[in-house]
Design a protein. Sequence first.
Length: 237
Amino acid sequence: MAADHATVAEEEYLETLYWLFEAGLPMTGANLSRAMQLSAPTVHEMLGRLERDGYIVRDAGRSIDFTESGRDHAERIVSRHRMIERFLTDVVGVPWDDVHEEAEQLEHAMTPRFEAYVRASVGDAQTCPHGHPIRVGQRIDGVPLADCVPGAKVTILRLENEAEDLLHYLKRAGIEPGLVGEVGSNDGEHVSVKTDGGEATVTYSVAETVSVLADPSPPPRIALPEQLVLGRDRYGR
Ligand SMILES: [Zn+2]
Ligand SMILES: [Zn+2]
């Protein structure tokens, strides 16, 4: 039986595990410690607690799986996070590159009653401002912008890493979900996207964290954790 109330720390681990799961990365302690920028012993201790509390199971090969209630719980927290972000941009007017950190604080401190108000106020919004589905099963597969060839038509689907410094960088560059354009150049160091409004250029490593729909499309690929974790002290989800 899962405990009734996960602690804030447990919830943060569950969110990160879900982030690995969605990105198609193996759910292991090693990936978790990379994604959270925490030491292996710290992560190991918390995994023991999550297992005791009934949220996860671990097999002999050290891979982690959610229990049914652990997965429910993770989905609920992740969905709530995205809904709060949408609320902050659309209702409160916070810029989209500032909302992730704010949501991280609010999501653990919200009463069910206030949560219901927030949910009603965002209406039928489908995604967070960074393109992640609020109804967590409904993720559209994309490919990394970094893999696209010049001339490819692209639609920006999702910013996979929500580390704040990275979101600031993307916003300054002019990349955001929903943007439609054509890859102008990709030389392995920088990738540019030409749009009606001009040209947005980002480094190749940042382009690896941007999921797009592309035509022609490169083959699907699962990024490595290092490629999605660029913030020094925070990872993004
Ligand atoms: Zn976020
Ligand atoms: Zn988001």
